[in-house]
Design a protein around this ligand. Structure first.
Ligand code: NAD
Length: 284
């Protein structure tokens, strides 16, 4: 059997086309969705992510601004900037690009973002709402994975889902979203005993580990939907996922590639969250 390829690039493009219309309609009602990205760190990858976010905003008509803070920035200055954006009516979404400079307090900074402007879904209030099954901005990567599963028509209700990884930004929210979709969910992590025996039970298998080609074909049930969140840079500079794609594609029912799977969806969901925040501001 050869798996159906789940094309995240194409899905993200379709989402952007829909958003462009929504943004135009909002502008007619007097609300121009705005996103502020705060870059207060020196990670080279962050520069690329921020540039990609700017480009994506431009494509759908969201006004984006990037606030670049120097390494000398103090925690007080960062918090003051967040507060300025919290009260700016032209800004509907605030994103603090992680990681931030080591001398800054990330947790305090994330807490300072108003939950209704927290388009990354990292604020404890929004994480708590997800846990309670209430509507709130959801972390973009797991939200993107769910969107891919739905668009591919993967049956979810009553199915066994296994998530490998328990981070606050991917594994945990992913598990909550699958639970909300009526899956029977198991969360696995580095201490899980006999991981393959658990993953082989999965109708839906999500890998969010950060280890190149960790999920091998013998860990996958025939016909399963395999979602690969991992982004691993290899020594030759190329990128691969957490799933041994070539081997698993021959066994799975559906599979996401890396690159071109979950990655493009993360930014698409950031745009969705920003437009949703703008809509909420209009109705407030
Ligand atoms: P993390 O390091 O915070 O978490 C990794 C998780 O994997 C941990 O919970 C750990 O328990 C688990 N793990 C580690 N070794 C394991 C093992 N041997 N067996 C079972 N579980 C094991 O990472 P993260 O932030 O959740 O990211 C995971 C991966 O997803 C990374 O490759 C990251 O680059 C990628 N990522 C991609 C996107 C995207 O847009 N596609 C977004 C966020 C993260």
């Amino acid at each position: 059997m050869s798996a159906n390829l789940i094309d995240g690039k194409q899905a993200a493009k379709e989402i952007r086309i829909g958003l462009r219309k929504e943004v135009a309609a909002l502008k007619e009602k007097g609300v121009a969705p705005g996103l502020a990205v705060i870059l207060a760190g020196s990670d080279p990858a962050s520069q690329i992510y921020v540039a990609n976010k700017e480009k994506a905003c431009e494509k759908v008509g969201i006004a984006s601004q990037t606030i670049r803070m120097p390494e000398t920035v103090t925690q007080a200055e960062l918090l003051a900037e967040i507060e300025r954006l919290n009260t700016d009516p032209a800004i509907h979404g605030i994103l603090l690009q992680l990681p931030i400079y080591k001398h800054l307090n990330e947790r305090e900074a994330l807490l300072a973002i108003r939950p209704e402007k927290d388009v990354d879904g990292f604020h404890p209030i929004n994480a708590g709402k997800l846990f309670l099954g209430e509507k709130a901005p959801v972390a973009c990567t797991p939200a993107g994975c769910m969107e891919l599963l739905r668009r591919a028509g993967v049956p979810l209700s009553g199915k066994r889902a296994v998530v490998i990884g328990r981070s606050n930004i991917v594994g945990k929210p992913m598990s909550m979203l699958l639970l909300a979709a009526n899956c029977t969910v198991t969360m696995c992590h580095s201490r899980t005993v006999d991981l393959p025996s658990v993953t082989r039970e999965a109708d839906i298998l999500v890998a969010a580990i950060g280890r190149p080609r960790f999920v091998t074909a013998d860990m996958v049930k025939e016909g399963a939907a395999v979602i690969d969140v991992g982004i691993n840079r290899l020594e030759d500079g190329s990128i691969c996922g957490d799933v041994d794609y070539d081997a698993v594609a021959g066994k799975a029912g559906w599979i996401t590639p890396v690159p071109g799977g979950v990655g493009p969806m993360t930014i698409a969901m950031l745009l969705v969250n920003t437009v949703e925040a703008a809509k909420a501001a209009l109705n407030a």
